[in-house]
Design a protein around this ligand. Structure first.
Ligand SMILES: Nc1nc2c(c(=O)[nH]1)N[C@H]1C(S)=C(S)[C@@H](COP(=O)(O)OP(=O)(O)OC[C@H]3O[C@@H](n4cnc5c(N)ncnc54)[C@H](O)[C@@H]3O)O[C@H]1N2
Ligand code: MOO
Length: 647
C-alpha cells in the first residue's frame, strides 16, 4: 500500500460532520433487530411497538384487607345504627389482591368491621360500589399499547412487560464498537508497562469503552497496533467483520506515521477530516462496508471530544437512543479566557458556588492533559465566532457533576501546596463530605480571585522583605477594604532542589553566582521567586550573575523536572517536589503558607469545616509526615507583623 502524508486543511463544524456521516450510512441495513428476554431488557431500545397480552389486574380484585360485599346490601348502615351482615350470604372475608367473590362489588376495610360472632359482623357506614376494588384492566388492558417503538426500556417498563405477559421483546441490537489503539510509543496497559521517554500508557481505549458502555454500546478493544500501514489495515478489516463502528485511535494528524486517513481511504472512504473544534481538530469520519469509521486524535482530551461530540450522537442515532444532554447553568468566569477565532473551543472549568453566584475558573488548555477533565466540574463551549471571554462574563456551562454535588464544593484559587491535596482528601472522608476544587494560579492570582468574589479562600505565601512579613502587606495593597481572615495552613521549607547526591556541592544561595552552575527560576509574581530575590539581595548577588535567572517555570514540579533532566543544576522549590522526583534538597528558608478567607464566609459551614479540620491534631500530624513542613502555626489566626512567629 502506498502512503502519502495527509495534510488536512478544511475543518467543518461538528453538526455538519455528524450530518455527513448520517447521510453516508444506511441505518436500517446496518442495525438489526433481535429478540431478548424482557427481564434483561433494561436500557435496550424497542424495535417494534409492544401490545399487552394480559390485563392487569386479570380480575376484579380486593385493594384492601377486609370483607367483600354487594354495596347495595349495605346502604342502610349508619353511625349509631349498625347493620348486621352474615358470612357467605352477605359478606366474604378477603385479603388485598384476592379476586372478588362472585356477587360482590365493594370491600370494607377490616378496621371498619366489628366481628360479633363467627358468622356475623356489623358495620356503621354503607359501602359504595367499587370501593377498595381494583377493577380488571385498571393498570393494563390486553391489546393496549404498552411501549412504542424506539423507546428505551426502564426498570419500570420491565415490571409492566412481565405483568402484561410479554416474556420476550424485540429490540435493536446493541451498537458494537471496535477500538484499535495505534502507535509505536503506545504501551498496552494490560501488561502494566513502565514507560520510557517518549512512551505513553494506552488509556484512551478504556475511556472510550466506559463512555460507550454508558451509552448502551458494547466495546471490543484490541491491543495497540504498531505504526505500520499493513498491520493497521488488516486490524481495521477484521474489526469491520463485526462492529458497526470502528474507531482508530491516534495517527489522525499530519505526522510522518499518521496512517489513519490512508487506511480509511483504503478500506472505504473518508467523509470528514478536521472539525472546527479545539481540542479534537484532526478527527476523522469515514465509511467502509456500510459501517462507520472514526479516526480519534491521540491526545486524551481531543480523543474524548471526538468521542463525545461525534461518536456519541452517531452511535445514539444508529441505536435509536436519545443521546442525552447535560445540565446547563450560567457561570461567571473568574479569569479572562482568550479563544481562537474560527474554532469552537471546549473549555474545561472548575465550578463552585461562592455565595449567590456560580463561579468558574478555566483549567489548563492542553489537549494532552486528561486531568483537565477529571478536575473539571463543567465544560463551556466558546463559539467559533468568539475571540474569547472576559473575566466576569457569564457563560453557559454543561455540568459534568450533579448540581447538588457542586453545592458542596469549596472553591480555592491560589498557590498550590501539597497540604491542599491532603485537605482535599480529608474533606472527602468526613461524615458529610465536601469537595475542594482548587485551581492553581499562584498567590497573586488567588488574591485576584478573592477580589472578584470568586473563591472561598486563597492559598497564599507572599513574602514582603520590607516588613519581613507574609501576605498582610499584599492584602493591604491589593485587597484594601476587604474584611479578611488569615489562617495559617503550614510553615513550609523552601530550598534549592539539586541532583541526587548534590554532585555540584551546592550549599546555599551564595553558590548561585558560580559560573559552573545553571539555575531554573519561577515565573514573575510567584511567591517563590520573590523569596529568591530577597535571598539574592541579602547575599549581595545581582540577578544577572545567576545563569538561568531568566528561564521561568510555573510550578515546583516543573523546576524539579529541570533538575532531574539536567537542564538545570538547581532551582528554588519546596521539599515535596524534590522528594517526588527523588532529588536532594538544600534547605534555604521557611515560609508561611496561609489561607486568606473573606470574613463573609467565616461562618459558612464550608469554611468552618475546613478550619475544624486543620485545627485537628490528626491532620497536623499528617502534614508533618509529608516532610518539609512545620505546624506550629497551623489553624491559628495570623495578624500583621507576625512573620514566622516564634515557631
Ligand atoms: N504538524 C501538525 N502537527 C499536529 C497537528 C497539526 O495540525 N499539524 N495537530 C495537533 C493536534 S490538534 C492533535 S489533537 C494531535 C493529534 O495527534 P494524532 O491523532 O496524530 O496522534 P499521535 O500524534 O499519534 O498522538 C498524540 C499523543 O497522544 C498519545 N496517545 C496516542 N494514543 C493514545 C492512547 N491510546 N492512549 C493514551 N495516549 C495516546 C500519543 O502518545 C501522543 O502523545 O496532533 C497534533 N499535531
Ligand atoms: O485539536 Mo488538538 O485536538 O487541539 O489538541
Amino acid at each position: 500500500m502506498s502512503f502519502q502524508r495527509s495534510i488536512y486543511l478544511t475543518t467543518i463544524p461538528i453538526p455538519e460532520a455528524v450530518a455527513k456521516a448520517r447521510q453516508a450510512l444506511d441505518r436500517d441495513a446496518l442495525v438489526l433487530r433481535e429478540t431478548i428476554p424482557s427481564h434483561e431488557a433494561v436500557g435496550r431500545v424497542t424495535a417494534a411497538p409492544v401490545y399487552s397480552r394480559y390485563s392487569s389486574p386479570t380480575h376484579h380484585s380486593a385493594a384492601m384487607d377486609g370483607v367483600a360485599v354487594n354495596a347495595e346490601t349495605t346502604f342502610t348502615a349508619r353511625e349509631g345504627r349498625p347493620l348486621e351482615l352474615k358470612l357467605d350470604t352477605e359478606y366474604r372475608p378477603v385479603n388485598t389482591g384476592h379476586a372478588m367473590p362472585e356477587g360482590t362489588n365493594a370491600v370494607i376495610m377490616i378496621e371498619q368491621v366489628v366481628q360479633v360472632d363467627e358468622q356475623t359482623i356489623t358495620i356503621e357506614a354503607p359501602a359504595f360500589p367499587w370501593q377498595h376494588v381494583r377493577r380488571i384492566g385498571e393498570d393494563i388492558v390486553a391489546t393496549e399499547l404498552l411501549l412504542p417503538q424506539n423507546h428505551q426500556i426502564t426498570p419500570y417498563d420491565v415490571g409492566a412487560l412481565l405483568s402484561a405477559g410479554m416474556w420476550e421483546i424485540e429490540v435493536w441490537e446493541k451498537i458494537r464498537i471496535a477500538i484499535i489503539p495505534t502507535g509505536d510509543e503506545v504501551l498496552d496497559f494490560t501488561t502494566r508497562p513502565e514507560p520510557r521517554p517518549g512512551q505513553v500508557v494506552e488509556s484512551n481505549s478504556q475511556v472510550f469503552k466506559a463512555l460507550a458502555e454508558s451509552w448502551g454500546c458494547v466495546v471490543q478493544r484490541v491491543p495497540p497496533v504498531r505504526d505500520e500501514l499493513d498491520a493497521l489495515a488488516s486490524a481495521v478489516d477484521e474489526a469491520l467483520d463485526d462492529a458497526h463502528i470502528v474507531v482508530i485511535g491516534a495517527g489522525s494528524s499530519a505526522g510522518s506515521k499518521d496512517f489513519t486517513r490512508t487506511v480509511m481511504e483504503h478500506a472505504g472512504s473518508v467523509l470528514v477530516h478536521g472539525i472546527a473544534a479545539m481540542p479534537g481538530k484532526p478527527s476523522l469520519l469515514g465509511e467502509a462496508r456500510g459501517r462507520l469509521l472514526v479516526g480519534a486524535p491521540g491526545y486524551p482530551v481531543s480523543a474524548v471530544i471526538c468521542f463525545e461530540e461525534l461518536v456519541r450522537p452517531l452511535a445514539s442515532w444508529l441505536g435509536r437512543r436519545d443521546p442525552g444532554s447535560r445540565t446547563r447553568i450560567k457561570v461567571e468566569l473568574t479569569r479572562k479566557a482568550p479563544s481562537k477565532l474560527g474554532v469552537q473551543e471546549f473549555m474545561r472549568l472548575a465550578i463552585g458556588r461562592v455565595g449567590e453566584k456560580w463561579v468558574a475558573t478555566p483549567l489548563a488548555r492542553g489537549a494532552g492533559m486528561i486531568t483537565t477533565l477529571t478536575k473539571a466540574q463543567g465544560i463551556a463551549r466558546i463559539p467559533m465566532h468568539s475571540e474569547g471571554v472576559e473575566a466576569g462574563a457569564m457563560v453557559e456551562a454543561e455540568l459534568l457533576a450533579p448540581e447538588a454535588e457542586l453545592e458542596r464544593t469549596i472553591v480555592s484559587v491560589g498557590s498550590h501546596d501539597n497540604t491542599l491535596d491532603l485537605l482535599t482528601n480529608e474533606l472527602m472522608g468526613l461524615a458529610e463530605p465536601y469537595r475542594l476544587a482548587s485551581t492553581h494560579v499562584g498567590s497573586m492570582g488567588g488574591l485576584t480571585a478573592l477580589r472578584n468574589g470568586a473563591a472561598h479562600f486563597a492559598g497564599c505565601h507572599l513574602f514582603d522583605p520590607e516588613t519581613d512579613d507574609y501576605n498582610f502587606p499584599f492584602l493591604a495593597k491589593y485587597l484594601p477594604g476587604l474584611d479578611l481572615l488569615v489562617i495559617n495552613l503550614a510553615i513550609r521549607h523552601q530550598g534549592l532542589i539539586v541532583a541526587k547526591g548534590n554532585p555540584k556541592n551546592i550549599r546555599g544561595v551564595e553558590d548561585l553566582a558560580r559560573p559552573d552552575l545553571t539555575f531554573i527560576n519561577r515565573q514573575r509574581g510567584a511567591g517563590t521567586r520573590i523569596l529568591l530575590d530577597h535571598h539574592l539581595k541579602q547575599a549581595g548577588i545581582a540577578s544577572d550573575t545567576v545563569n538561568g535567572y531568566e528561564k521561568e517555570e510555573y510550578t515546583h514540579m516543573a523546576v524539579a523536572v529541570n533538575v532531574l533532566s539536567g537542564a538545570a543544576d538547581c532551582g528554588l522549590g519546596i521539599f515535596a517536589a524534590a522528594r517526588a522526583l527523588n532529588l536532594d534538597f538544600v534547605p534555604l528558608a521557611r515560609e508561611r503558607y496561609d489561607l486568606i478567607i473573606p470574613a463573609q464566609w467565616a461562618d459558612d459551614s464550608k469554611i468552618t469545616t475546613v478550619l475544624d479540620l486543620i485545627r485537628s491534631e490528626g491532620l497536623q500530624a499528617r502534614i508533618r509526615a509529608l516532610g518539609g513542613y512545620d505546624t506550629d502555626l497551623t489553624g491559628k489566626e495570623m495578624s500583621p507583623r507576625m512573620g514566622l512567629g516564634r515557631a
